[in-house]
Design a protein around this ligand. Structure first.
Ligand code: CA
Length: 226
């Protein structure tokens, strides 16, 4: 199994390389985003370990570009706490898994093995709730086939709702999954964003059932009214 490590911190990159080589993996290292992109897009790797914060091209850009070119090499993303604005975003960018630095090498190894066991091409799922679809490989949201443009945050919020269709989600749960720990988010912010989503998802189709339900005193639910 051949692994590419894209990480600008030499110490971390080299210790991952050494550790994986002891486990008999073949490991290449790229210390910049550009070199990493060149290698990941031209060589055939079984896994890319990708740091999020890189000078030049970021890990998120690399992941998106790879998926955009239909390169489905599994990606394990490395992030420092608070770097990634939300978990949904990282996974939707095309990462299969991610780890927060610092981490124990044993944990990295366990995840590398787990990813290695998965079949290739299992990525890029479409979420469906009623006539609303989200193609997470291409960041496309459609209602009744019609394309809807969303901001990154709206997309993350809708992604969270679509992964829990029919469930009542509290504002606290939504904040915890869509915003990072350091963001100063008030419950009111959730209402504001729900308003944006309603305007884009329910408002343009008055002849169709509303999908974003407010459950008074509890939170929100995605799906047709019960
Ligand atoms: Ca870095």
């Amino acid at each position: 199994m051949r692994i590419l490590v894209i990480e600008d911190e030499h110490k971390i990159a080299n210790s991952i390389k050494r550790g994986l080589e002891q486990e008999t993996f073949a490991v290449d290292v790229a210390y910049t985003g550009e070199t990493g992109w060149d290698l990941a897009s031209s060589e055939d790797y079984d896994l890319v370990i990708l740091d999020l914060m890189l000078p030049g091209m970021s890990g998120m850009e690399i992941a998106k570009k790879l998926r955009g070119q239909k390169i489905h090499t599994p990606i394990l993303m490395l992030t420092a706490r608070g770097q990634i604005t939300d978990k949904v975003e990282g996974l939707d960018a095309g990462a299969d898994d991610y780890m927060t630095k610092p981490f124990a090498f044993e944990e990295l190894l366990a995840r590398v093995r787990a990813i290695a066991r998965r079949p290739k091409q299992s990525l890029g799922t479409t979420l469906v709730v009623s006539d609303l679809t989200m193609d997470t490989a291409h960041f496309e949201v459609r209602r009744a086939g019609k394309r809807i443009e969303l901001s990154a945050r709206e997309y993350a919020l809708l992604g969270y709702l679509m992964r829990h269709p029919g469930q009542i989600l509290t504002k606290g749960q939504i904040i915890g999954h869509v915003w990072d720990y350091e963001a100063d988010v008030l419950p009111n912010t959730v209402e504001v964003y729900m308003g944006y989503l309603r305007n884009k998802i329910d408002r343009p189709t008055p002849d169709k059932p509303e999908l974003i339900q407010t459950v008074r005193g509890f939170g929100y639910r995605l799906g047709e009214k019960k």
